[in-house]
Each structure stands twice: as structure tokens, then as C-alpha cells.
Ligand binder design. Structure first.
Ligand code: F42
Length: 145
């Protein structure tokens, strides 16, 4: 078992702690918005450590759409590079934990389709895109058979 290293961002680490320690019954929304959040567990590509990242819950059938927005900062989040290096993740959606594999959606038509789902689910993603010059990366997470 690898070591789990919590996020250095305190509010993020606190959300993960509450979400996981309650078995998914608490801390499963984005603060005041009440919008649902999932937890992605993956491996750090340099440290090999376990990382846990809360993201907005955006679904596409049985799949999840992961949006590497980081609030529209100029740089991609660290987890983007971790997922590119090792696409095997676990996704906790409230009480359910599922093994999944992610792939970045690069085909323009497919990206537009999943981006539109993401923005319909969480409209702030559109603002985040307007605030940054990078094209915000999007992953599709699919259950591992
Ligand atoms: N972020 C999003 O991008 N999209 C969302 O939809 C989203 C929703 C959301 C909901 C609730 C919530 O609490 C947070 C939410 N966030 C969302 C924020 C998200 O959880 C992340 O905090 C944010 O995207 C930033 O991700 P990050 O991976 O850049 O996190 C930073 C703070 C971080 O953990 N940095 C570490 C550090 O030590 O500085 C790096 C950790 C790491 O992955 N290290 C790698 C390793 O090998 O272990 C090496 C990294 C490298 O390349 O050097």
C-alpha cells in the first residue's frame, strides 16, 4: 500500500476527509451550492503516492466527465498530469466506489459533446474557460469491466 498524501489546499483536504470518513454520506457537495461532488483517487506520477481529488459530479451514462478546470488558473492542475501518466482511478460517488479508467477527450467533436454536458451540469466551467488561455482538458472515466 502506498502512502496517502492529502492535498496541500486545506479546504480540499477537509472536504476529502469528511467525504471519506463518513463513507460518502457527508461533504459530498460543493459548499453552499449544494451541487454534487465525487472523489477521484489516483497515484501521483512522481511520488507514487495516493492522491484524492474532489471534482464536480458530471455524468454521461455510466461514465463520468472530469474537468481539469482548477477554477480557470493559467496552469493545469497537478492531477491532470497524474491521470495522463496513470489512467487507473477509483471514483467515489457518495457511498459507491467504482474502479475506472480515464482517457483525455481530444477529438474535437467528442470534446464539444462532453464539454457541453459539463457546462450544463456546472455552468461555472464556462466562466473558468473564459478566464484562461489554455483549453481546459476534459477526461472521460469509464468503468473497468
Ligand atoms: N478542480 C477542478 O479542476 N475541477 C473541478 O470540477 C473541481 C471541483 C471541486 C469540488 C470540490 C472541491 O473541494 C474541489 C474541487 N476542485 C475542482 C479542486 C480540485 O480538488 C483540486 O484541488 C484542484 O483541481 C487543484 O488540483 P491539484 O492537483 O493541482 O492540487 C494541488 C493543490 C496539489 O495537490 N498540489 C500538490 C502539491 O503538493 O503541490 C501536488 C500533488 C501531486 O499530484 N503531486 C504529484 C505526485 O507525484 O504526487 C507530482 C506533481 C508534479 O507534476 O510535480
Amino acid at each position: 500500500m502506498s502512502e496517502y498524501i492529502p492535498s496541500p489546499s486545506e479546504w480540499v483536504a477537509n472536504q476529502v476527509e469528511l467525504y471519506e470518513s463518513s463513507g460518502g454520506t457527508k461533504g459530498n457537495t460543493l459548499m453552499a451550492t449544494g451541487m454534487p461532488v465525487i472523489i477521484v483517487t489516483n497515484r501521483g506520477h512522481k511520488t507514487g503516492a495516493i492522491r484524492k481529488t474532489p471534482l464536480m459530479r458530471v455524468t454521461d451514462g455510466d461514465n463520468y466527465i472530469l474537468v481539469a478546470s482548477k477554477g480557470g488558473t493559467p496552469e493545469n492542475p497537478a492531477w491532470y498530469y497524474n491521470l495522463k501518466a496513470d489512467p487507473d482511478v477509483e471514483i467515489r460517488d457518495k457511498t459507491e466506489v467504482t474502479k475506472m479508467r480515464v482517457r483525455e477527450v481530444v477529438d474535437p467533436a467528442e470534446r464539444e459533446r462532453v464539454w457541453n454536458i459539463a457546462v450544463n451540469t456546472f455552468p461555472n466551467y464556462q466562466k473558468y474557460q473564459e478566464n484562461t488561455d489554455r483549453l481546459i482538458p476534459v477526461f472521460l472515466a469509464e468503468p473497468v469491466e
